[in-house]
Structures are given as structure tokens and as C-alpha cells.
Write a protein that binds this ligand. Structure first.
Ligand SMILES: [Fe+2]
Length: 326
């Protein structure tokens, strides 16, 4: 029996490195074999401490609310998977990430409207800003109530959709680790075969929901971490890549944080105040969002009692052995 003959793979002509008598000639020859010298690299690959291309930034809920209200008349939910606004960090070439691993967005679902169910590998979280009773996120076949201040999780590959069965438009903030998934590669997404997942089951006690009415009293009863400052991890349900900590600042309380390797997004659930992040100062109010990229000192002073939600990729940094503080 005659076996098929595999044609020989054509070899590139050998490069005569011995002909190089100076470095420029050697670099030219290296280009021919797709190699780079590591001793005269224009930008170092390894450096003494983190470089931070992302900048501190602040976005106002008043702007997002007004823009989404107008978008509600212009953008049907069928046109886009979600009617949302992305808080892209204002650095050249970036149109998505808020900090290196996370994206924050404002979303609006009109009264009586549904946003079809889908699933994706990025983990997602939402914090509700304005919503009337009978506004739901449907997670894996159960309706989870969305009330102002509630925090909801939709982990990797869990189906989720939104049903606003009230007569009022609902607004919330989404945070996803989609920029991290884009960096690493394992992005998958699909839409539920039924469009919106049909269900009549309302799950008040879902482990994916942290109700404002439940966590705020626990937060206020927890010990101070600094004068007038209390914090509480919203758990035990966890996402692998980012955690959520609610922080209460009593009126005029100040909270200073040394830089570390975690990337942070803050959402203002209640109150107002001023934050200094690196060399930038921002005045924030309820519903606002601000970005604290890693390795930047930051401090926060409340103008009145304030409740902040800090979303952080610290679990990821710890899992990889890369969490460090200054
Ligand atoms: Fe989603």
C-alpha cells in the first residue's frame, strides 16, 4: 500500500549571523527571524513598581440619568443588548475599561419594559439607584427584587435578564470584569433561547442579592475601622475576580487609604462628599461613580452621612499572589 507523501515544509533561507560586525546589522538580521534583542529594548518589560496608565476619574449620575432618559426615547432595547452608558477611563485609545480589569456602566430599563436574558463569561454586579417595586433581575429562572441600594450578583455564565413590571423607569450601575476577560481571552456570550426567561418565582432571599434594608443596619452596627468609618464585606456569595465592600462615612468623617495593587470602582449609594485620588479632587453625590486605579493613594471626606460601595479586584490580586500595599 502506497502512503501519501507529505510535501517537505519549505525552510526559510538560513541567516548568516556571522556576517554581522556591528549591532545595527545584527538587529536587521534578527528582524528576518522575528526575534527582538532584550538588551536594548526601548521600553522595559519589567520595572521596579507598577506603571498606571489609567487615571482617577469621576462621573455624575445626574448626567447619566439625563442622557439615559433621552436614550429611552431613541434606543429601543431590541437595538442593543442593553441600554447603557459606559464609564470609559479618559485615556487615549480606551473606549471601555473604567480601571484595568473592571468596567462600570449606568443602565436604564423603562417602566413596563424587559431586557432579554443572556449569559456571558464576565462576572457582573449591579447596584440599584432608582427603581420602583416590581422591578426584577431574573437570575437562573428566579426573579430577584431590585430596590434602591440593593446589590445583585450575576456570576460567570449564569443567565440574567431584567423585567421592569412597574410603571417607573429603573436606573442602576453595572460593574463587570469584562476588561479582564478581554485581556485573558475566554470571552463567551449567548442569548437565552426564550428571549426573556419566563418565570413567576420571586426569590426574596436569593444569595445573589444583598438587600439595602438588610446590610445597612449590619454595617452601622459593625466596629469602626477609623473614626466615623465603618465597612462591611457583602458576602458570602462571591465572584472569583472582584469583591464588594460597603463603607459608611459619618458626616465629616475622613478615611485615608494608602495605595495598593487592587483596582477600585466606587459607587455612591447615599450622601455626598469629596475624594482626593492622587492629584485629583472630586466632589461626589448620590449615584455618582469614581475610579481609583491601582497604586494611587486616595482619601475620602463625607459632607454628610455617606454610604459608598467599593468594588475591587483585590480577590484576583490575592489569588495570584500579587496583592501588595505601599
Ligand atoms: Fe449581562
Amino acid at each position: 500500500m502506497n502512503m501519501p507523501v507529505t510535501p517537505a515544509f519549505p525552510e526559510a533561507a538560513a541567516v548568516d549571523f556571522d556576517a554581522a560586525t556591528d549591532l545595527d546589522t545584527l538587529y536587521g538580521l534578527l528582524d528576518q527571524v522575528q526575534m527582538k534583542n532584550g538588551w536594548a529594548k526601548p521600553t522595559p518589560s519589567i520595572y521596579p513598581e507598577p506603571k498606571q496608565p489609567f487615571v482617577p476619574a469621576h462621573w455624575r449620575y445626574a448626567d447619566a440619568h439625563a442622557a439615559l432618559h433621552v436614550a429611552g426615547g431613541l434606543v429601543a432595547t431590541e437595538w442593543a443588548e442593553r441600554r447603557n452608558l459606559i464609564m470609559a477611563n479618559p485615556i487615549p485609545g480606551n473606549d471601555y475599561a473604567t480601571v484595568r480589569t473592571l468596567v462600570g456602566a449606568y443602565q436604564m430599563v423603562k417602566g413596563g419594559e424587559t431586557a432579554r436574558s443572556h449569559r456571558h463569561t464576565p462576572n457582573a454586579m449591579r447596584v440599584v439607584l432608582d427603581a420602583a417595586p416590581r422591578t426584577f433581575t431574573i437570575v437562573d429562572g428566579k426573579k430577584i427584587p431590585m430596590l434602591p441600594g440593593d446589590v445583585l450578583l450575576t456570576p460567570n455564565w449564569g443567565y440574567h435578564g431584567h423585567a421592569n413590571e412597574s410603571s417607573e423607569d429603573a436606573y442602576w450601575i453595572d460593574v463587570l470584569d469584562a476588561p479582564l476577560v478581554q485581556h485573558l481571552g475566554p470571552m463567551f456570550f449567548n442569548v437565552h433561547p426564550d428571549g426573556i426567561e419566563k418565570t413567576d418565582i420571586v426569590d426574596q432571599q436569593s444569595p445573589m442579592r444583598f438587600a439595602h434594608a438588610e446590610y445597612k443596619p449590619r454595617l452601622l452596627a459593625s466596629p469602626e475601622v477609623a473614626p466615623g468609618v465603618r465597612s462591611l464585606v457583602l458576602g458570602p456569595a462571591q465572584l472569583t475576580t472582584f469583591d464588594r465592600v460597603v463603607i459608611h462615612l459619618a458626616g465629616s468623617a475622613a478615611w485615608t487609604c494608602r495605595r495598593n495593587t487592587a483596582n477600585l470602582i466606587f459607587n455612591v449609594i447615599e450622601g455626598s462628599g469629596v475624594s482626593t485620588i492622587g492629584d485629583r479632587t472630586f466632589h461626589w453625590q448620590r449615584g455618582d461613580m469614581f475610579a481609583v486605579p491601582s497604586w494611587i493613594d486616595h482619601s475620602h471626606v463625607a459632607s454628610e452621612d455617606a454610604l459608598l460601595l467599593r468594588v475591587s479586584d483585590e480577590p484576583l490580586m490575592r489569588m495570584l499572589g500579587w496583592f501588595r500595599s505601599a
